[in-house]
Design a protein around this ligand. Structure first.
Ligand code: A2P
Length: 345
């Protein structure tokens, strides 16, 4: 990589922000400076980065003046509040929130699927929803060989999707329940420990929740398939980290299972994990901390000769958020798109 980057992380203290720090070191991201930004609650606190101690700053109007790329992971309202300042200061915002994902001028990027779309950005590039990224990298290689007719997916989503505090909350709930006490609920509407519930985002008139509609709309945008048929049921489960998905795929013709396995084995960002004798398939504990999405239990749909079933697990914080965002930043560097940029909002 030729260019070196003046990088800022907005939301540096969060679950995704701290993972981004780790990834920058592991992947030897070409940094010329690094700024850690969060809310005023964290101002003055420190984080270590590659043996160095860096102070966290409260985000403010001047935070982005000397920055090329901002990796934002501080929630939708914070992204909306700072997008204009970031773009007008000449930096490119890679946004992990849902604030701009469906905006026409904002590329929605999964580097394994649509890397070319970064070039069209006008200051903001959106990182897709975590469950959508995991599904996308797993089914894209198959879609390339035979276009998908329909996708039906059920998700089993971990607490990490709701941030670092939510992960702590599940642990505290488990302790409380085992001690015979009432489980504390702040991040989630109901106890998640020893329980599960349909995803706690607002429900539309058709009965689908926001998370489910993100999977539908974002997959269509990333795949550039505006009419792709997809239906999702999203469920929160008491897993700390890494989401799982049961996926049913329908094609126009039968799709050989052996070909699907071969494609998953060869594709970037996915790993085939199957031991049929031992009944060993992807599990959240195995996907945790891994870059690749683990895919297994690929089998023909008994009820449909043109259908395939598969099961996947992927680290929501890593490929579902932090890694995908860092990969987008790497793409900008590789394509010499870090600067200059002359658009303003
Ligand atoms: P802070 O730690 O100062 O609250 P998570 O997704 O794990 O809950 O993390 C959310 C991240 O977003 C944290 O780094 C948090 O910082 C940051 N954040 C939340 N609200 C704001 C805000 N209003 N301005 C800047 N950063 C924020």
């Amino acid at each position: 990589m030729s260019q070196s980057v003046r990088l800022a992380i907005l939301g540096a203290t969060g679950a995704v922000g701290t993972e981004i720090l780790e990834l920058l070191i592991q992947r030897q991201f070409p940094l010329s400076s690094l700024k850690l930004l969060a809310s005023s609650r964290s101002a003055g606190k420190t984080l270590t980065f590659g043996g160095e101690t860096l102070e966290i700053e409260a985000v403010n109007e001047n935070s982005f003046r000397d920055v090329d790329i901002v990796l934002a992971s501080a929630g939708g309202s914070t992204s909306k509040a700072w997008a204009k300042t970031i773009v007008n200061s000449g930096a490119t915002m890679i946004d992990n929130s849902s604030a701009f994902r469906m905006d026409a001028g904002v590329p929605l990027v999964v580097p394994e699927i649509n890397p070319g779309s970064v070039a069209s950005h006008r200051g903001i590039i959106a990182n897709p929803n975590c469950t959508t990224i995991l599904l996308g990298v797993a089914i894209w290689p198959l879609h390339q060989v035979q276009p998908l007719k329909r996708v039906v997916v059920s998700t089993y989503q971990s607490a990490s999707g709701a941030g670092a505090r939510a992960m702590e909350e599940v642990k505290n709930q488990a302790r409380a329940i085992l001690d015979g006490k009432n489980p504390p609920t702040e991040s989630f509407p109901y106890p998640l420990a020893f329980n599960l519930f349909p995803h706690n985002t607002p429900i539309n008139e058709a009965g689908y929740c926001e998370e489910e509609m993100k999977m539908v709309n974002e997959t269509r945008k990333i795949f550039n398939e505006p009419d792709l048929k997809l239906s999702a049921t999203c469920v929160r489960v008491p897993v700390l980290r890494a989401h799982s998905e049961a996926v049913n795929l329908e094609f126009a013709r039968p799709f050989p299972v052996s070909l699907a396995r071969e494609l998953i084995q060869k594709a970037p960002g996915v790993q085939l994990v199957e031991n049929w004798q031992k009944n060993y398939f992807p599990m959240p504990i195995d996907a945790t901390g891994k870059d690749d999405v683990l895919v297994g239990r690929i089998r023909q749909d008994l009820s449909n000769e043109n259908g395939l079933e598969l099961w996947l697990c992927g680290d929501q914080i890593r490929k579902g958020a932090a890694l995908n965002a860092v990969q987008i930043a790497e793409l900008l560097v590789k394509k010499n798109l870090v600067r200059p940029r002359v658009v303003s909002l």
